[in-house]
Write a protein that binds this ligand. Structure first.
Ligand SMILES: [Cu+2]
Length: 509
């Protein structure tokens, strides 16, 4: 659950023609660590404009590494930006590469890098509150100035992240966003998130697929207050929200009959789920959370909790208009309900292409089914719906409390149990996990994942609480140091559902 006042009941919902936008409440909720929140940009009703729908789909800007290197500067600030025709006060990045600068945008540029690259990201913080940066899904060191989420980047300061991308980092879709506890939800919901693409998926596909059209679809939703500002306090994830693709509301995507495209899709919003469904076109997953599957998976829908990414081959059939929707979802009795919503329309027309044969075999992975398990650990998820507190092993997040110390070159099995009556999509940094079973049912994994939704608890006939249970295995490879496991509903993370994992070398403690 959002833990927030249901605003519609207060009668302060503002309605716009394209979609219903929720207003925020005047109450202050977050502990800003004693900081005075800086002024939010406001836009008057007269100039804010209205959301436009049905515009041609646009990829985000893409900044591509060259000669093994990418240097990017990201400036985070509170600014007024245009989201699908409407002016909104947001928290957004502007970007700059060596050659070009990119203005503040709700959908900042995709950072396109290759395995083995050096990626340097200099973050300038102009938010008026602390922030930092996380490269979600990266298999990389969690310490120093790499994927270190314990960095405290005060307002007015810059920090230089220097990522040595391993040459064996998996290709696919990753993303970047702030990870500064406990301000993550409001910063990501405000607009601070973008995609990272690790090149190389194309070369795993048969030669005819190389050079096919690629699209990036960053799924982000927004709500505004009466001042047309994205709320930063008392964000209500259960309120009506405007779903966008790259900041566009219901864009039109064109394809030719028989054409095959490669789509990189990421749920890079703060709290809400998507279940994308595309009928009338073929939809084949080739990677999940930037883990290429051992064999491609044809599907009718993509279930996407916050932070989930899929790389999919989309093949158009005959001429016509096909809706891409997100299906209605409930995240449980104590959770949220999201209505079915149109995301985009695929218009198929023009000259016909011969459809490419979708491969049936793709990329083997290090299957841990028969691996020796060196240690077993338990992570119990729970929540107090009255106080809006969230727990792992009955504790709220404390960066000084280390929950688990796996050793490098070992395999561990983790039993994650959910005692709450809502889904908690668990994300773990650095080392991805293989899902072994869900509620006791063995799973035939096709790859690893870095985010997985843990089923909510149910009650048996005698009223006894049965937790949802997912068992995962992880091989801990070279990287040592502390990182986190947390719920990726960012309201839950900010309110405690996060814990420290510290990987150490064998023999150390
Ligand atoms: Cu959660």
């Amino acid at each position: 659950m959002s833990g927030r006042i249901h605003l519609m009941a207060l009668g302060i919902l503002a309605v716009f023609p394209a979609a219903a936008l929720a207003a925020s409440s005047p109450h202050s909720g977050h502990d800003h660590k004693g900081m005075v929140p800086s002024k939010q940009p406001m836009v008057s009703q007269a100039v804010s404009g209205q959301v436009s729908t049905g515009l041609p789909f646009k990829n985000p800007s893409i900044i591509t590494s060259q000669n093994g290197r990418l240097d990017v500067r990201l400036t985070a600030s509170k600014e007024v930006v245009n989201i699908s025709g409407k002016l909104v006060g947001a928290r957004v990045y502007a970007a700059a590469s060596k050659d070009r600068s990119y203005p503040y945008s709700f959908m900042p540029p995709v950072l396109s890098v290759a395995p083995g690259d050096n990626l340097q990201v200099t973050v300038l913080n102009k938010l008026g509150e602390p922030t930092n940066l996380h490269t979600h899904g990266f298999f990389i060191s969690p310490i120093g100035n790499q994927d270190n989420i314990f960095v405290d980047l005060d307002s007015g300061k810059t920090f230089n992240y220097n990522y040595d991308v391993p040459s064996d980092m998996n290709p696919g879709s990753y993303w970047y966003h702030p990870h500064y506890h406990p301000l993550v939800e409001e910063q990501v919901f405000g607009g601070l998130s973008g995609l990272i693409y690790m090149r190389g998926l194309e070369s795993l596909l048969p030669p005819p697929f190389r050079g096919i059209e690629q699209k990036f679809l960053g799924l982000k939703d927004f709500q505004v207050t009466k001042a047309n500002t994205i709320p930063s306090n008392n964000i209500n994830s259960d309120a009506p929200t405007v779903r966008t693709i790259n900041g566009q509301v219901q864009p039109v995507i064109k394809m030719r009959p028989g054409e095959t495209q490669l789509w990189h899709i990421g749920n890079i919003g703060a709290d809400i789920f998507y279940s994308l469904a595309l009928t009338g076109l073929s939809f084949t997953v080739i990677a999940e959370d930037a883990n290429p599957l051992d064999r491609p998976l044809p599907t009718q829908s993509l279930y996407m909790p916050p932070a989930k990414r899929f790389d999919v081959l989309v093949q158009a059939g005959t001429e016509g208009a096909y809706p891409l929707i997100t299906q209605a979802i409930s995240t449980g009795p104590a959770g949220d309900s999201y209505p079915e919503t149109l995301m985009a329309t695929i218009v198929v027309g023009g000259s016909r292409e011969t459809p490419l044969g979708i491969p049936t075999y793709f990329n083997p992975f290090d299957n841990l089914k028969n691996a020796r398990v060196d240690a077993t650990r338990h992570f119990d998820l729970s929540e107090n719906t009255n106080t809006n507190e969230f727990y792992i092993n009955e504790r709220q997040f404390n960066e000084n409390f280390v929950n688990a110390t796996p050793k490098t070159h070992t395999v561990e099995e983790w039993v994650i149990r959910n005692y709450a009556q809502e889904l908690h999509p668990i994300h773990v940094h650095v080392n991805d996990m293989q899902v072994m079973s869900v509620n006791g049912v063995p799973q035939d994994a096709r790859s690893y994942v870095d985010t997985y939704s843990i089923p909510y608890a149910t009650q048996d006939n005698s009223g006894h609480l049965l937790p949802g249970e997912v068992v995962v295995r992880t091989r801990f490879r070279e990287f040592i140091g502390p990182y986190v496991l947390h719920c990726h509903i960012l309201a839950h993370e900010d309110n405690g559902m996060m814990t420290v994992i510290n990987v150490t070398t064998p023999g150390s403690e």
